[in-house]
Structure formats: structure tokens, C-alpha cells
Design a binder for this molecule. Sequence first.
Ligand code: MN
Length: 251
Amino acid sequence: MSVYAVSDLHGQWNTFEKGLKEIGFTDDDRLYLIGDAIDRGEDGIRILQYIKDHENMDLIIGNHELLMLTAVHPDGKAECKGMNSSLWREINGGDITYEKYEELTFPERKSLLDWLNTRYVMKTIKVGETKFCLTHSYYYEGLENKKYNEMNYEEVWNVVWNSPYRDDWDTYRPDIYMNYDYMFITGHIPVIRVLLNITNDLEKSNFLKAFRNDNFYDIDGGCALGHRDGINNGALFLRLDDLKVFGVPLV
Ligand SMILES: [Mn+2]
């Protein structure tokens, strides 16, 4: 049995499905999707449903799931008037996700929301001798292993939006976690963007590979960018048992 992590699939169902085949994923393995299953691409709801329906898969909340949960009606009605509805649908590519969500039956919507509300925001797991902290983006001591509905909005917001690798934000500090005992697995900022900040050279940045800095991994392969000429993006599956990375180009 192996444990895998992937992040930021952003509605790219075909790439997700291809990745599961390429890693040879079986019912004995485990998979964590570290946030941003939805938006920009069209099949985010399908990805969420698939993860929900598999006991050996789980989702960690990302900023796009936070946007959705604070945009749609909390009771599962087909209504999108929550505080983040325009931020979600107009700015962050949530329109296509809401369209698909609306097509679900009321019980399906309700059950999907109940499930999302009880997902973890930062999850710690031990694989072999290594302690991993799975978080969409940021780390706050003491917020490990809390579910979305056990945290307040600001706490969740800080974990899923702040980033040590976003050079235009106050939280930019790539060495911030080195004193912690975890191996951090995150997404949120496409690796190509992190590398461009460092190298300022597209040729040296344009690989479908994970980014590692000591005990910090970024496995956002840039599905959010979609198909773009000259950009090698896709999904990055990381096997936690041996830290092997499987790059799956966008289908
Ligand atoms: Mn994100």
C-alpha cells in the first residue's frame, strides 16, 4: 500500500483519471487531494464526487473550496448569493463549477456540502518514519487536524490563501517552516511561478516537476493555467512513501 498526494486539479478530470492510471492506483492505496479540486476547468464537481465516493481518498480544503462554501446556499438550495459569490464566480473561475453544482439533485448538493464541511484544512499523517503536514498553502501551529466546520472563517482563510511563496504578499518567507518537524506538502502556487521568481528564466522553470526546499514541497503542477503554448503544466502526484514524483501533463 502507498500513500499519494496531488493538488490543484482545478476541474481537470481527464488529467486526474490519467494520473491514477499512471501511478497504478489501487483500492489498497490512499490519495489526498490537497485543495482546489474545482474551478477554471469544468469537471470540479465530478472530481469532488469521486473523492467523496472513495473511502481511500480524501480532500483537504483549498481556497477555491472555501470560496464555494461561502458562496452557495448552506442548505443545498440551488442558490448562489453568499458573501463570496461574485469573487468566486466572476474572478476565480467558479462559474462553471456552479453550473455543474446546480445540475445536481437537491440531496446530492446537500450531501456534497455536508461532506465538504467536515473535511480537514491542515492534516497530519505519518508515512514510514516521516511526519507529513498536508496543507493547501500555509501553516499555523495548533490548527492541525481541525475540520472546516471546527474553524472560523479567518482561520481557514489564512491557511488556504496565505503563502510563503507568493512574493507579492506579506507572508512571503520561503524558509519559514524549517524549524518544524514536519515535511510540508502544499499546492496553491504553480511550481513554474515559484521557479520563475527564483530563476527569472522560463527555460529553467518550465518542467512538470515538484518544487522542494528542504522540508517543504510544492506540488501544484499548474492545472489552473489550462492549455497554454510552451508551458508544461499538469498534475503532480507525489508518493509519500519514497517521495517519488509522477508528472502527468494536462490532457
Ligand atoms: Mn489555491
